[in-house]
Design a protein around this ligand. Structure first.
Ligand code: ADP
Ligand code: MG
Length: 239
C-alpha cells in the first residue's frame, strides 16, 4: 500500500511537471525555430553550413512532436476525475483531427451512443487524439476512419478502425513500448505508451486487431458510469 501511495504521488508530480514543460517550453522552441528559419534564408551563410541549420530545425520539430504526443492536453492543475460523456469527448477529438484527415484524404465515419465513463477529460482527449492520429497516419494515400462509441451491458466501448498499412505480430506486440516507431524521423514512439498508461488509469482495457496491408482496429473498453444513479442522487439533494 505504501509503495502504491508513493507511486501515486510520483505520478502526480510528474504530470504537474509535464504540464509546465508543455506550456513553458513550447514558446522558446517556436521562437528558436523562427530565427533558425530566418538564418536558413540568409544569403551570407554558405550552403554547407546551412546543412547544420536544417538539422537543427529537424531536431526542434522532433521536440515539438514529443510534446504534442505526450502533453497536448496536460493541465497545470491536478488531474480531476469526472464523469465524461463519451459521445461529446469523441466528437471533440474528431474536431481536432479533421484537418489532418482532410490532408490525407481520409473519410471519417462515426456512430456514437451517449453514455458516461469516469476519467479526466484532458487525459482522455490525449488518448483519443493519439489513436485517431495513428489511424490517419496509417493511411497516407487515403482511406476510411470509422469511430464507434457504444454501450454493451456494463461496458462502454470505443472502436477506432482504419484500412491502412496495418501491423505484423511483432509490431503489434511492441505497441506501447517507449520509442517504438516505424515512422522514422517523423515518429516519437510515445503516443501509444501514453494511451496504454492513461487507459489503465481509467480501469479500461485495450484490444488491438491488425493485419498487414489490411488495417487496424483498436477497441477501448471502460466500465460504464450509471448516469441514472447520478440524476437520482441529484433529485434527492433537491428534495
Ligand atoms: P508514433 O506514432 O510516433 O510512431 P506511437 O506510439 O503512436 O508512435 O505508435 C507506435 C507505432 O505503432 C507506429 O510507429 C506504428 O508502427 C504502429 N501503429 C500505431 N497505430 C497504428 C495503426 N493504426 N496502423 C498501423 N500501425 C500503427
Ligand atoms: Mg502516434
Amino acid at each position: 500500500l505504501l509503495y502504491k501511495i508513493i507511486r501515486m504521488e510520483k505520478v502526480e508530480v510528474v504530470s504537474h511537471l509535464a504540464a509546465s514543460i508543455s506550456h513553458e517550453v513550447r514558446n522558446p522552441l517556436t521562437t528558436t525555430r523562427g530565427f533558425l528559419q530566418l538564418l536558413n534564408e540568409s544569403k551570407a551563410i554558405p550552403k554547407a553550413e546551412k546543412g547544420y541549420l536544417t538539422v537543427a530545425i529537424q531536431e526542434l520539430d522532433q521536440a515539438e512532436r514529443i510534446i504534442r504526443d505526450y502533453l497536448t492536453f496536460a493541465k497545470p492543475a491536478p488531474e480531476e476525475i469526472e464523469s465524461l460523456n463519451l459521445k461529446k469527448e469523441i466528437e471533440r477529438a474528431i474536431n481536432i483531427i479533421v484537418p489532418l484527415a482532410n490532408m490525407n484524404i481520409v473519410e471519417l465515419s462515426s456512430e456514437l451512443e451517449s453514455c458516461y465513463i469516469k476519467g479526466n477529460a484532458g487525459l482522455f482527449q490525449q488518448v483519443l487524439v493519439n489513436l485517431l492520429k495513428n489511424a490517419i497516419e496509417a493511411m497516407p494515400s487515403g482511406g476510411t476512419l470509422s469511430i464507434l462509441g457504444s454501450v454493451e451491458k456494463t461496458l462502454a466501448k470505443v472502436t477506432i478502425a482504419d484500412n491502412g498499412v496495418g501491423m505484423n505480430d511483432l509490431q503489434r506486440n511492441r505497441l506501447g513500448e517507449p520509442y517504438f516507431s516505424t515512422k522514422e524521423i517523423r515518429g516519437t514512439g510515445l503516443g501509444m505508451m501514453v494511451v496504454f498508461r492513461i487507459v489503465e488509469s481509467m480501469n479500461g482495457s485495450i484490444n488491438v486487431e491488425s493485419e498487414l496491408g489490411k488495417g487496424t482496429r483498436i477497441t477501448l473498453t471502460f466500465p460504464l458510469t450509471p448516469s441514472v444513479e447520478k440524476s437520482n442522487s441529484y433529485i434527492r439533494i433537491l428534495n
